[in-house]
Ligand binder design. Structure first.
Ligand code: ZN
Length: 245
């Protein structure tokens, strides 16, 4: 499954950037909110995880988000997340960008993952922008308020209809532009602006590797595509690289 060319590229690489999507968390049991998982109390998730829903009915919005947090609170990182922590130690310069809000990279031990869509374990104040970490056993009051300024809090995630944090996006674009190898892991490569990051890497001469359970719109532009569950593949990759070095 792993060609010699990929292994050599990785073995000799100094600067590597990886982008992860929902696929890396599948083996941890994180719900995808697609298909039958896409409903909450008869509301479509894509109708309620929106900035409009937050503006219109904060109470309902927070009921949904408290439920979602609870769902995630007992979920643990899997071997794929741990393999990416090993990458951090293996490569001289390694950057991790994730589209996931589930906090599993941090729980596994990755330092400073670039969280494009935010992190569900934090709240952000709509008034003063203060960010707080939410204890997983903390009960959320109906609509939580900022302790500093009293304004309503929002989970620190990018909701449908909201812009990404521009500083975070800029950082992701920077580490994509300077890497020698860019690895796209477990992402459908459909959601912008994350979907553009591999093209920034390629435009700057990076080798593009895709690891996913199926082909994506990115596949035809990759130097190598590996169709496999990321957990298994990354664990194997770390073992082989360790032996090569
Ligand atoms: Zn505040």
């Amino acid at each position: 499954m792993l060609s010699e060319k990929v292994l050599l590229r990785l073995k000799n690489a100094y600067n590597v950037t990886a982008l992860t999507g929902a696929g890396i968390s599948t083996d941890s049991g994180v719900p995808t909110f697609r298909g039958k998982d896409g409903l909450w109390n008869n509301h479509k998730v894509e109708d309620i995880a929106t900035i409009d829903a937050f503006e219109k009915n904060k109470k309902l919005f927070w009921e949904f988000y408290s439920w979602r947090r609870k769902l995630l609170s007992d979920i643990k990182p899997n071997l794929g997340h741990y393999a990416l922590v090993d990458f951090e130690n293996y490569f001289e310069d390694f950057s991790l960008i994730t589209q996931n809000v589930d906090n599993l990279h941090t729980l596994a031990g990755s330092k400073n993952p670039i969280e494009l869509h935010g992190n569900i374990t934090r709240n952000r104040c709509t008034g003063c922008d203060d960010v707080t970490i939410v204890d997983k056993d903390e009960t959320i009051e109906e609509v939580p308020k900022c302790k500093k300024c009293g304004a309503p809090l929002k989970p620190d995630v990018v909701l449908f209809g909201e812009q990404l944090n521009q500083k975070v996006l800029q950082k992701a674009q920077e580490v994509s532009a300077i890497c020698e190898v860019f690895i796209s892991i477990g992402t459908s490569s459909l959601v912008e602006p994350a979907a553009s990051l591999p093209y920034i890497a390629k435009g700057n001469g990076a080798y593009l590797l895709e690891i996913n359970t199926e082909r994506t719109p990115l596949s035809d532009n990759c130097d190598e595509v590996i169709i496999a569950p990321s957990t298994k593949l990354l664990t194997g990759l770390v073992m082989i690289l360790d032996r090569l070095r």
